[in-house]
Design a protein around this ligand. Structure first.
Ligand SMILES: Nc1nc(=O)c2c([nH]1)NC[C@@H]1CN(c3ccc(C(=O)N[C@@H](CCC(=O)O)C(=O)O)cc3)C=[N+]21
Length: 291
């Protein structure tokens, strides 16, 4: 089994992005600038956003972290979004999800200028993605494509099964794998909680992408020998032996599946790191005005 190593892959892409940033700046442009809006202090969100800020520094980009209180009104958050939309010194920004319950995520997503929507969550950008027009690809699916590309995994004509239909992972992933693009050109099955006989569907997969949000949900008996398995899950399970009291585990039973799969992503150290690299790639694209 070949480990699809997020650390190695992220490093390779970051080196490339850092060079491109250098060239961009050498031509007289200011460094690409990404802002992350964090509402409240959900520990997972704080950790992700801090990671994104660190990534920007590593590739020579500018980053801003905008921390807002969890009781901010929707109106005030929308005013902040409008301010960021108008800020000419800023190429792109993300509003970290999930948002507190009193704020409607759809309304906030719609308020972001599609040209600055480096998450690729705005309906206009989702539509552009589906139509294979230039746009920002959503970070997690984009990171997975980069990972497949880095390891030269053939996708043309392969049977790809996606488990989970979320707006930010499963649904766009199914569209991207089926597109006439590279990586892409796969035959795709999108499965979800109402799928009848999930195991049989999964067993047909040459490429299995698990984005369910349930720890160790995909077991070895659901994987075709030799399949490529991509684990998108980030689940916290209690673990008293760890300093933070929990450990991260994916949606795939790593030990069992590693005996069957040809390639497998670990958690942590897999797709999550590529999600962050994809955001950098999108920010560079935004700075260049390519969208
Ligand atoms: N507007 C928005 N855009 C997002 O892209 C977005 C979001 N909201 N909300 C939450 C999800 C989740 N997500 C992750 C990013 C990095 C890791 C990551 O770096 N994971 C590391 C380590 C994580 C750790 O150790 O805590 C790993 O898997 O190795 C994971 C998950 C982005 N998301």
């Amino acid at each position: 089994m070949t480990l699809l190593d997020g650390k190695v892959t992220a490093r390779a892409y970051k080196e490339k992005i850092a060079l491109e940033v250098q060239e961009w700046v050498a031509r007289g442009n200011r460094p690409p600038h990404l802002a992350a809006v964090l509402v409240g202090d959900n520990p997972a969100s704080v950790a992700y956003v801090n990671g994104k800020v660190k990534d920007c520094e590593q590739v020579g980009m500018k980053s801003s972290l905008i921390k807002l209180p969890s009781d901010i009104s929707q109106e005030d958050l929308l005013a902040k979004v409008a301010e960021l939309n108008a800020d000419e010194g800023l190429d792109g920004f993300i509003v970290q999800l999930p948002l507190p319950n009193h704020i409607d995520e759809k309304t906030v997503t719609l308020a972001i200028d599609p040209k600055k929507d480096v998450d690729g969550f705005h309906p206009e950008n989702v539509g552009r993605m589906a139509l294979n027009l230039p746009t920002y690809l959503p970070a997690t699916p984009h990171g997975i494509l980069m990972m497949l590309e880095h390891y030269n995994i053939e996708t043309i004509g392969k049977h790809c099964v996606v488990v989970g239909r979320s707006n930010i992972v499963g649904s766009p992933m199914s569209i991207l794998m089926a597109r006439n693009a590279n990586p892409g050109n796969a035959t795709v099955t999108l499965t979800h909680s109402r799928t009848v006989d999930l195991k049989t569907e999964c067993l047909r997969a040459d490429i299995l992408i698990a984005a369910i949000g349930k720890a160790n949900f995909i077991t070895a008996d659901m994987v075709k020998p030799g399949a490529v398995v991509i684990d998108v899950g980030i689940n916290r399970v209690d673990d008293a032996s760890r300093e933070r009291g929990y450990r991260l585990t994916g949606d795939v039973d790593f030990d069992g599946v590693s005996a069957v799969a040809s390639h497998l992503t670990p958690v942590p150290g897999g797709v999550g790191l590529m999600t962050r690299v994809a955001l950098l790639q999108n920010t560079l694209q935004a700075a260049r005005g390519e969208n």
